[in-house]
Design a protein around this ligand. Structure first.
Ligand code: 5GP
Ligand code: ZN
Length: 112
């Protein structure tokens, strides 16, 4: 399997890690869209949000618990936004479930 994020998780492709635990890793996006742009990634290869199985459900909770810790570490005291792109129409380019954590400036324009 040819998956960039699996290679990052294994350490075969370098990344700037900001958080890691047994289930989840998080690293800076290569092409940041905000002052803080972290990708939170379950270590298990799951292709997209649409491929989360019942047995994986707890992983999504782990992602949000990781986000709390990252927010504290990076000083995102005023909040942050978490986005998941699921599938082609949403612009998902890497087929390994991941959540964009954005922050570091006030987000005025909302898309939802
Ligand atoms: P998607 O469009 O699938 O929701 O988001 C994929 C994200 O992964 C993009 O924001 C892109 O910049 C990021 N990305 C792609 N390849 C790499 C990489 O090799 N390293 C890192 N750190 N980010 C990557
Ligand atoms: Zn993968």
């Amino acid at each position: 399997m040819d998956c960039i994020f699996c290679e990052i998780i294994k350490g075969n492709i370098p990344s700037t890690k900001v958080y890691e635990d047994e289930f989840v890793t998080a690293f800076n996006d290569l092409n940041p869209q905000m002052p803080v742009h972290v990708l939170i990634v379950p270590k298990k290869h799951i292709a997209s949000a649409n491929d989360i199985a019942e047995e994986d459900a707890f992983l999504v909770g782990k992602v949000f618990l990781a986000a709390q810790k990252i927010a504290e570490k990076l000083g995102l005291d005023n909040g942050y936004r978490i986005i998941n792109n699921c599938g082609e129409a949403a612009g998902q380019t890497v087929k390994h479930l991941h959540f964009h954590m954005l922050g570091g400036k006030t987000m005025g324009e909302k898309i939802i």
